[in-house]
Design a protein around this ligand. Structure first.
Ligand code: LLP
Length: 427
């Protein structure tokens, strides 16, 4: 939790200025208490007498070994979408049977690694992938789901909608012959157990009716598949997409309401079509980590142009691509001037060589001086995980804070790291 004491911001009981001084800036700070609350809220809100429910944290939002272990501590499963995420989960000692492996183009090596490690669930995306997976030796029973495109579009930013009819993800729900063939193909391998379907309708979804539409569509689809194949599919994975609060304009559905709502809808389709549903999975990413994360920057120079007043910070699009990529909005404060009057409007710009490298277009702040620490809120999702070395800026460190203590969970890249992979000379 954050608090203000003597004009200064404290995150998890630690003064933001002290974190900046100790670990350097830019710095990703996660309030571990908030992470734990979110993990717990999801578990609590998706409890059900009727279904077995599994919360699968979508690690693409933010993954490092500390995060994987924290999820494990709360009994949350892990969604990975690459051999790389799988590797990190494994290094963290995350139980492989609780991994859900996603991705529209898993390579042969990735599939082999998943089978070798004993990944519990593989979500097949298309017919060719199903064929390839089924052709491999599988030494222990492995759950397989198929990603279906329900054609439901969640009304959120266009770039992060994944369920339109031409989506690269999944097989369109209407292609039932192709889907039946995929099931047969998977089950030709004696250790692959085809158990059901997955759908994901987008990200940063505010409207609960989008989930209702998804579940109703999946209900009709499952009823059709039951009729076609004469069998039931016990697992339904509804994907992620639960929204987080970035600015005062965002009003996400509270987790404690979204769980019961979704479970109610699942029960309704199960009753209506007699689907034999046993297990419901959801895959929240952003909603678990976004609000727990803060980015600390050190202010550099300020500059006034005819229509703008800039304050430059020591990071930018290299540690948070979201404003440039999605016009994402954030909120900022000056960490040691929390109660001062916000008399100025600044454009907070990064230091990358790109005009679009703006963190916040219009931030109301007190007058900022060089070396002031600026804190940008809600950067916990898709910030670190989408960071780049553009302009060879070093990827910042990640620190967890709780009860007045801090722990460095990922160190800042060093200058040596930047040449560590350089392997030879030009011809
Ligand atoms: N499951 C699947 C299959 C997904 O594709 C995603 C996100 C999730 C779960 C988790 O969704 P969440 O709960 O985090 O919304 N880079 C974008 C977000 C891309 C989301 C892609 N898929 C951003 O920064 O807004």
């Amino acid at each position: 939790m954050e608090e203000i004491k003597n004009n200064a911001l404290y995150i998890g009981g630690v003064r933001a200025q002290d974190l900046a001084d100790q670990y350097g800036t830019p710095l990703y700070v996660y309030d571990q208490g908030v992470l734990e609350n979110k993990l717990e809220q999801f578990i609590r809100s998706f409890r059900s007498d009727r279904f077995k429910t599994t919360i699968v944290y979508a690690s693409k939002a933010f993954l490092c070994t500390a995060m994987a272990r924290l999820a494990d501590r709360y009994g949350i499963d892990l969604d990975v979408v690459s051999g790389e995420e799988l590797y990190v989960a494994r290094q963290a000692g995350f139980p492989m049977e609780r991994i859900v492996f996603h991705g529209n183009n898993k390579t042969l090596d990735e599939l082999k690694a998943a089978l070798e490690y004993g990944v519990g669930t593989i979500i097949v995306d298309n017919a060719q992938e199903a064929r390839r997976l089924a052709s491999l030796p599988v030494s222990k029973p492995t759950t397989v789901l198929l990603r279906v495109n329900p054609g439901v579009e969640a009304h959120t930013h266009e770039y992060i909608v994944t369920a339109h009819v031409d989506s690269k993800f999944g097989v369109l729900k209407d292609e039932t012959d192709a889907i039946a063939a995929i099931i047969d193909c998977v089950e030709a391998n004696p250790n692959l157990r085809f158990q059901g379907f997955h759908a994901h309708i987008g990200s940063q979804i505010f409207d609960r009716n989008a989930f209702k539409a998804e579940i109703e569509t999946m209900g009709r689809f499952l009823a059709g598949m039951k009729q076609k194949t004469g069998r039931v599919f016990p697992i339904l994975d509804l994907g992620g997409g639960f929204a987080a609060t970035y600015t005062s304009e965002d009003a996400p559905i509270p987790v404690k309401e979204v769980g019961p709502f979704i479970l109610e809808q699942c029960a309704a389709i199960d009753d209506e079509y007699d689907l034999g549903l046993e297990r419901i999975l959801i895959e929240p990413g952003r909603s678990i980590v976004a609000e727990a994360g803060y980015t600390l920057y050190r202010a550099g120079y300020t500059k006034t142009t005819p229509h703008k007043r800039y304050v430059f910070v020591d990071g930018g699009m290299s540690d948070n691509i979201r404003p440039a990529l999605y016009q994402a909005k954030y909120r900022a404060e000056a960490a040691e001037k929390m109660n001062e009057e916000k008399t100025e409007t600044y454009c907070i710009a990064g230091k990358c060589c790109e005009s679009g490298d703006i963190v916040i277009e219009n931030a109301a702040l007190p007058p900022i001086e060089t070396d002031d620490i600026l804190v940008v809120y809600t950067t916990g999702a898709y910030g670190y995980s989408m960071a780049s070395n553009y302009n060879l800026l070093r990827i910042p460190a990640v620190v967890f804070v709780k009860d007045g203590r801090s722990s460095l969970v990922v160190r800042r890249q060093t200058l040596e790291d930047l040449v560590a992979r350089d392997a030879g000379d030009a011809l």
